[in-house]
Design a protein around this ligand. Structure first.
Ligand code: PMP
Length: 370
């Protein structure tokens, strides 16, 4: 079985799995308990995981807040920041091609009285920084724009977009779920990014665990954000609930590996992408067209149209040998709003398949691809 849906999720690396298991069997203490060895072991494990995630994105350890995944992280920033700061303004800016967990949160907040601007994107799904600047008003309090798009892989100019927000005294959030592990995230260098979300399962960690980066100010204070979950005040009071130690350990290990192997993984993904495209072009010739031919894109994600062939039918027919998707795994049944916003026709959208490769050669079986 050929698995080419690594943008939907990835396989947990054996090193990650092996580090997680003892926290399910031997070391099952609650890290918020005190004094006894079991609790201290769990505390140490969470501390190490937090350090590993922090060095993956180059931020301070206590700016890493563990969540259940990017969906929660995105909900937390959009709902929590707007709730706590509604006295400053009620306008939020997002792009038209954000993940559904941002766009559906936006719909929810509109009903609560917030005003949203949905920025248009170009044919590759990229936001124009000038359009962002034009959209900012004196009521704008938050901007949320994804680092890399999950259907086309296109990369936004996060440096420029966050600088514009800082100039206008507006907080900037980016959903880096698809970018993490496929490009360098350096939050000391990108010092105008205030919030960032990601999920471990996109870089060979377990599902159901993610994080949100919350930048502290010069005095060491977090910005005002209303938590989604109130309770025992874990995660610096920003996200309550007993910590999922084994999941956190898994995310930490996956982040360490993704950090150490970043250059190698990018190089591999580029190589496999070229091999894959060449093979597809040789076999199918002008029966296929590649949507994602531009440079400014995460490596390994290939969006292809098989002309005059319905994508759902294709995937259904190929399902016994091939796993891929028509776009986002979260809304696979509906025609892609992302491609629609990028100007693709309905026919083109119905022909599009997203193949996403693994950075580990043994997980892309080229013999099988051939
Ligand atoms: N944002 C983007 C860009 C994604 O691709 C995904 C996963 N499809 C998410 C957010 C949500 O991540 P999760 O399902 O792990 O919460």
């Amino acid at each position: 079985m050929l698995y080419l849906d690594n943008s939907a999720t990835t396989r947990v690396l054996p090193e990650v799995y092996n580090e997680m298991v003892p926290y399910l069997s031997e070391y099952y203490g609650n890290p918020n308990s005190k004094y006894y060895d079991q609790a201290l072991k769990s505390q140490d494990a969470v501390k190490l995981a937090r350090e590993r995630v922090a060095s993956f994105i180059n931020c301070k350890d206590d700016e890493v807040i563990f969540t259940s995944g990017a969906t929660e992280s995105n909900n937390f920033i959009l709902k929590g920041y707007t709730h706590a700061n509604k006295n400053k303004g009620n306008h939020i800016i997002v792009s038209e091609v954000e993940h559904s967990c941002v766009l559906n949160t936006a719909k929810f907040l509109e009903k609560e009285g917030f005003d949203f601007t949905y920025l248009k994107v170009n044919h590759n799904g990229v936001v124009d920084p000038k359009e962002l600047e034009k959209s900012i008003t004196d009521k704008t309090i938050l901007v949320s724009i994804m680092w890399a798009n999950n259907e086309l892989g296109s990369i936004n100019d996060i440096k420029k977009l966050s600088e514009i927000c800082s100039k206008h005294n507006v907080k900037f959030h980016t959903d880096a779920t698809q970018f993490a592990g496929k490009g360098l995230i350096d939050l000391e260098e990108y010092n105008n990014v205030d919030f960032l979300s990601m999920s471990a399962h996109k870089f060979y960690g377990p599902k159901g665990i993610g994080m949100v980066f919350v930048r502290k100010d010069d005095l060491g204070f977090y910005p005002e954000i209303t938590p989604l979950l109130h309770g025992g005040e874990q995660e610096f009071g920003l996200r309550s609930g007993t910590l999922a130690v084994h999941q956190i350990v898994g995310m930490g290990k996956a982040a360490e590996i993704a950090h150490n192997n970043l250059e190698e993984n990018i190089k591999n993904l580029k190589k496999y992408e070229i091999q894959f495209i060449n093979r597809m072009s040789n076999v199918f010739g002008d029966k296929i067209e590649i949507n994602s031919t531009y440079d400014n894109k995460i490596p390994g994600l290939v969006s292809i149209r098989i002309k005059n062939y319905n994508n759902q039918l294709f995937l259904k027919e190929a399902a016994s040998v091939l796993s891929a998707s028509t776009g986002s795994a979260c809304s696979n049944a509906k025609p892609s709003y992302v491609l629609k916003a990028c100007g693709y026709t309905d026919k083109e959208i119905r022909e599009t398949i997203r193949f996403s490769l693994s950075s580990y050669g043994e997980y892309n079986d080229f013999e099988e691809i051939n």
